[in-house]
Design a protein around this ligand. Structure first.
Ligand code: FES
Length: 100
C-alpha cells in the first residue's frame, strides 16, 4: 500500500489563530501559511517532525480544546478526537489548545 500526502491547501483561505499551550501557559499566534510545528519550534518548544506533510505521525500531539482542522493522512477518526498532527493541521476557530 502506498501512502500519499494530502494535497496541500491554499493558504489564501487560511486564517490566523491562537495556539494555547495548557501546560506551558503560553499563547502563540499561528499566521496563515505558518504551521503550528514551526511556531512551536520558534518558541523553543521541543516538537519532533519528520515528513511535515501529515504522513508519518511524528508530530502528533494531544489537543484539549478547540476545533482542529485535520489535514493529515496518518490519524484515524478515533485518534483525531484527541490528537492532532501539528505539522499540517490548523484550527477551525480562533484558538486551539494543546497539551504542551
Ligand atoms: Fe510527519 Fe507531522 S511530521 S505527520
Amino acid at each position: 500500500m502506498q501512502i500519499t500526502a494530502p494535497a496541500p491547501l491554499s493558504c489564501a483561505s487560511e486564517h490566523a489563530f491562537e495556539l494555547v499551550l495548557a501546560r506551558s501557559q503560553l499563547r502563540l499566534r499561528v499566521a496563515p501559511g505558518e504551521s503550528m510545528a514551526d511556531v512551536l519550534q520558534l518558541a523553543g518548544i521541543a516538537i519532533d517532525t519528520l515528513c511535515e506533510q501529515g504522513v508519518c505521525g511524528t508530530c502528533v500531539t494531544r489537543w484539549l480544546d478547540g476545533a482542529p482542522e485535520h489535514r493529515d493522512s496518518c490519524l484515524s477518526a478515533e485518534e483525531r478526537r484527541t490528537h492532532v498532527a501539528v505539522c499540517c493541521a490548523r484550527s477551525h476557530g480562533p484558538a486551539l489548545t494543546l497539551d504542551l
